[in-house]
Design a protein around this ligand. Structure first.
Ligand code: AMP
Ligand code: GLY
Length: 428
């Protein structure tokens, strides 16, 4: 099979790495890919949102399956465009991608179908949003309705902060049209986890649990990022919580989307808050998480390709997905300054030593090639991922590899996986 992966991050490197192992994969392409992906696939200079050009390319190269990494092309209707041209593609249709593309849609769906989530109201007028914030007080969470590159959520400790967040989104339009409508949501406490599942619109097959680390500094301090590291499994998801998430959230959401005539085919990703054994939904995504994909795909046993094909064909009930019992950990290494302004172009040293460690794979997120060397080019640069018998051993192995790698200004969190270790230490 000829396969095209759309996207250019660590998630897409992990997808290409996993698909490359499939005996069914004959040729791999990535658009636009990155310097790490270029070691495994042919990269073509087409951006992930250039939906028509991607479909032209897939037609011309007789691509048998296109796999979409990021959300933007999904919300732009890449799947609809490909299917209209008779091209096979893995991802959610535009009508289903609204689950991520509009937080207002997602919240109303959850309310209508009694899927557990925080209390909320939605607003398209600033004065009303302000009045509501005065009524409910703080802490409270203000969310832009549309896609805002992971920055559209503001957790507000005080009423003035919340008023200001609403003003910035609705009046100053800092996220453009995405913030012209907002959700104002109850502040939830507990421990977060990511729960992903494959769905063909009927059958729902859960993946192993995982946990992201969004804030840029250790101890969850500083501004949120795309994700500074992840591990799988997440011990906060006990077997009982796993069942509850499937029964109360994942299956009902897929059913609800079908009932709304928005059949959900692809990856359903629920960002959860878990407190006292009860999971609630913070947000839905319609794709693999990044960096969650890196440890998940490292733990997935067997061939990914037939699973993706089964989703596109509505045959997921025929498939079983197994997970390696050993945990995996991904530590993201970023450019200094990220998620704010950062430099790029610094040469990266030590990649070979890191990759020589058994059980370690270095996924590239933002790299380019300058002659024989890789250079940092992006906020998130690498996702150093390791698997081992225990979470503690996987953490040690990942950091052993991280310590081999250096470039000017490099930053990474030193505490990826600590929450899992603490939970184990408590015997939970
Ligand atoms: P989201 O992009 O919706 O996942 O939000 C980004 C981050 O904001 C989440 O990972 C949480 O840490 C935080 N967050 C979002 N919604 C809430 C909420 N209702 N209560 C507390 N924290 C939240
Ligand atoms: N890691 C969070 C996300 O992919 O949205």
């Amino acid at each position: 099979m000829r396969i095209l992966v759309v996207g250019s991050g660590g998630r897409e490197h992990a997808l290409v790495w996993k698909l490359k192992q499939s005996p069914l994969a004959r040729q791999l392409f990535a658009a636009p890919g990155n310097a790490g992906i270029a070691q495994l696939a042919e990269c073509v200079a087409i951006g992930p949102s250039e939906v028509r050009r991607l479909a032209d390319f897939a037609t011309q190269k007789q691509i048998d399956l296109t796999v979409v990494g990021p959300e933007l092309p999904l919300t732009l209707g890449i799947v609809d465009e490909f299917e209209a041209r008779g091209l096979r593609i893995f991802g959610t249709s535009r009508r289903a991608a609204i689950l991520e593309g509009s937080k207002i849609f997602a919240k109303h769906l959850m309310r209508k179908y009694k899927i557990p989530t925080g209390f909320f109201q939605t607003f398209d007028r600033l004065e009303e949003a302000h009045r509501y914030i005065h009524d409910v007080g703080a802490p409270v969470v203000v969310k832009a309705d549309g896609l805002a590159a992971g920055k559209g959520v503001v957790v507000c400790r005080t009423v003035p902060e919340a008023l200001d967040a609403a003003t910035r989104m609705m009046e100053q339009q800092v996220f453009g049209d995405a913030g012209s409508r907002v959700v104002i949501e109850e502040y939830l406490t507990g421990e977060e986890a990511s729960f992903l599942a494959f769905s063909d619109g009927e059958t729902v097959i859960p993946m192993a649990s995982s946990q992201d680390h969004k804030p840029v500094f250790d101890g969850d301090q500083g501004p949120n990022t795309g994700g500074m590291g992840a591990y799988s499994p997440a011990p906060v998801i006990s077997d009982e919580i796993h069942r509850a998430v499937m029964e109360r959230i994942m299956i009902p959401t897929v059913r609800a989307m079908t009932a709304e005539d928005r059949p959900f085919r692809g990856i359903l990703y629920a960002g959860l808050m878990i407190k006292d054994g009860t999971p609630k939904v913070l947000e839905f995504n319609v794709r693999f998480g990044d960096p969650e994909a890196q440890p998940l795909l490292m733990r997935m046993d067997g061939d990914l390709l037939p699973v993706l094909e089964a989703v596109t064909e509505g045959q997921l009930r025929e498939v079983t997905v197994r997970w390696h019992s050993h945990p995996a950990v991904c530590v993201v290494m970023t450019a200094g300054g990220y998620p704010g302004a950062y430099d790029s172009g610094h040469p990266i040293r030590g990649l070979e030593e890191a990759e020589a460690i058994e059980g370690v794979v270095v996924f590239h997120a933002g790299t380019a090639r300058s002659g024989d060397t890789f250079v940092a080019k992006g906020g998130r640069v690498l996702g150093v991922t390791a698997r081992d018998q225990t979470i503690a051993a996987a953490i040690d192995r990942a950091y052993r590899a991280v310590r081999c790698i250096r470039w000017e200004g490099v930053h990474y969190r030193r505490d990826i996986g600590r929450k899992a270790l603490e939970r184990w230490a408590r015997g939970a």
